[in-house]
Design a protein around this ligand. Structure first.
Ligand code: IPM
Ligand code: MN
Length: 346
């Protein structure tokens, strides 16, 4: 028997609703096998912050680290000042657990309507750097609130950090049929960081000679994501560009209700974390109508990361089949979860 200890951070809003269905599908995927999943729920997010003023304590973090993986729903609520939970909880998890690969697949499944008239075949992954860039919080404000205010957010790009994520992206490109990697940056303006990224891609390419590469400035990348998304196979980019591009990638492949993500620590020095790209959607929270599909696809990424490749494949196949037959049918969160779980069980 293999036992998997899963930390569950359902979080805020629809987070709890979609995670419940994600867990049901996960159970269904390992049912009848020798894999046993045990879950520990962590009370983190808006409720906890209101009650205690805490976002993520050292003790929480220590306990989370003892798990094999983390499933996260969504963090954030309008009742909490912007940035408190984002920085104090979500980003703190990504940074503390060294999730330097933020993997975000973008695939247009059969049966899903893209807002693009002629999307073509869309199947690429974005490898978004997860621990550096403008997200590190290196900045400040002088003369705050005055007409002479100076606000800075310094983007940190280290040779170490860029190289490790670029190497991971090359490895992913090499494992895919098209073996193509696109670096997205803005080296005509952000010359220091941009050239570090460019030199690094060039250098690491020597280790992966069969992978072809190209480069796009981020503004041009947004054009091609709209006009010709089929050209992309693997995109590697920094934390902020990756944040923006992956929302666009989600939009062209059916919306954030379907977009999955994995925050991976490839060195396995801490558990990786799997979460839908969407947020807590307070406007529809508690109504049982959020689409759990993004969370279920994140569960597939989780299974894959844990080496349960066959189980991961079954979950993705179930989602693909469900999407192909979905049409305009309106189902509740629980109905979608139940039907996916049933498909996975076969
Ligand atoms: C995401 C989100 C987060 C990010 C926010 C909530 C901090 O937009 O996961 O893409 O910017 O990374
Ligand atoms: Mn985002």
């Amino acid at each position: 028997t293999r036992s998997i200890d899963l930390a569950v951070v359902a979080g805020d809003g629809i987070g709890t609703e979609v995670v419940e269905q994600g867990l049901a599908v996960l159970e269904s995927a390992v049912a009848g096998s020798d894999v046993k999943i045990s879950t520990t729920e962590f009370d983190l997010g808006a409720r906890r912050w209101h009650a205690t003023g805490e976002t993520l304590t050292d003790e929480d973090l220590g306990r989370i680290k003892e798990h094999d993986a983390i499933l996260l729903g969504a963090i954030g609520d309008p009742s909490v000042p912007s940035g408190v939970l984002e920085r104090g909880l979500l980003l703190k998890l990504r940074f503390s657990l060294d999730h330097y690969v933020n993997l975000r697949p973008a695939k247009l499944y059969e049966g899903v309507t893209s807002p693009l008239a002629n999307p073509g075949e869309v199947d690429f992954v974005v490898v978004r750097e997860g621990t550096e860039g403008p997200y590190v919080g290196n900045g400040g404000s002088l003369r705050t609130g005055t007409p002479h205010e100076i606000a800075t957010e310094v983007s940190i790009n280290t040779a170490f950090g860029v190289e490790r994520v670029v190497r991971d992206a090359f490895a992913r490109a090499q494992a895919r049929p098209r073996k193509h990697l696109t670096l997205v940056h803005k080296h005509n303006v952000l010359v220091h960081a941009g050239h570090l990224w460019r030199r690094t891609v060039e250098a690491v390419n020597a280790e992966f000679p069969d992978v072809t590469t190209d480069y796009l400035h981020v503004d041009a990348a947004t054009i091609f994501l709209t006009t010709n998304p089929s050209r992309f196979d693997v995109i590697v980019t920094d934390n902020l560009f990756g944040d923006i591009l992956t929302d666009q990638a989600a939009a062209i492949t059916g919306g954030i209700g379907l977009a999955a993500s994995a925050n991976i620590n490839p060195d396995r020095t801490a558990p990786s974390m799997f979460e839908p790209v969407h947020g807590s959607a307070p406007d529809i929270a508690g109504q049982g109508k959020a689409d759990p599909t993004a969370t279920v696809l994140s569960v597939a990424l989780l299974l894959d990361h844990l080496g349960l490749t066959e189980e991961a494949r079954r979950v993705e196949t179930a989602v693909a089949a469900d999407l192909a037959e979905r049409g305009g049918r309106v189902r509740s969160t629980a109905e979608v979860g139940r039907e996916l779980a049933a498909r996975v069980a076969g």
